[in-house]
Design a protein around this ligand. Sequence first.
Ligand SMILES: Nc1nc2c(c(=O)[nH]1)N(C=O)[C@@H](CNc1ccc(C(=O)N[C@@H](CCC(=O)O)C(=O)O)cc1)CN2
Ligand SMILES: Nc1ncnc2c1ncn2[C@@H]1O[C@H](COP(=O)(O)OP(=O)(O)OP(=O)(O)O)[C@@H](O)[C@H]1O
Length: 197
Amino acid sequence: MALLTKPELRSASLRRRDALSVDERQEKSLAIATHGAEALSRFAAGKCVAAYHPIRSEVDVALLAHMLEDAGARLALPAVIDRETIVFRAHTAAGKLVPGGFGTMAPGEEAEIVDPDILLMPLSVFDRQGNRIGYGAGHYDRAIERLVAKGRKPLLIAVAFDLQEAPAVPAEAHDMPLDGVITETGLAWFGDRPEGL
Ligand SMILES: Nc1nc2c(c(=O)[nH]1)N(C=O)[C@@H](CNc1ccc(C(=O)N[C@@H](CCC(=O)O)C(=O)O)cc1)CN2
Ligand SMILES: Nc1ncnc2c1ncn2[C@@H]1O[C@H](COP(=O)(O)OP(=O)(O)OP(=O)(O)O)[C@@H](O)[C@H]1O
């Protein structure tokens, strides 16, 4: 069978994700938080974790983010600053969220721009080799490339429902491979388990 293109894989996966009921999404998001916190709490203590403010039918990652915060992590959220660029801004309990682009919410311009150690990443589709497809803007790929160019090596962890998995996602040169994925059935590492985990 011919490999599906990125847009075909994206729309098929988003259709499946959109079909989950609100209750199913909440229940699975809770399982994702439990698995994620169990696997990452110790590692995340003292580190900066970028979550995201869910849009569309994405996993609600807020519970996991707050469990990691309780374990000692600092939180950040992405903000779109132009069509091609996102930055990560510190998200504190007192900090207000403002519209962050593409229907997302993000900390305002007064919030410090930070370089996260761990990215909890939304996506449309992933495969077991660690390839991912987002919404097609290249925002995360470019942000990761910038972090790597500064000598940072953030841990890249996708947060997704099992039904977003595809057998094979075509990878392009700019795509940054994931270290792992957390779904409602647990956390899976794609290669060797990262050091310290
Ligand atoms: N919750 C969340 N926050 C996020 C992302 C994300 O994927 N999810 N991003 C990930 O990069 C960045 C924002 N980039 C985004 C880029 C495109 C679309 C989107 O929905 N695109 C539409 C097409 C464009 C449009 O609506 O005009 C689509 O796919 O239908 C959403 C977010 C940073 N924050
Ligand atoms: N590091 C990069 N430098 C320059 N252009 C890039 C980079 N990463 C992605 N792009 C461009 O962005 C566009 C979208 O890329 P791609 O289809 O991989 O996005 P995506 O993985 O769906 O999005 P995202 O990374 O926001 O989740 C493509 O035109 C691609 O060439």
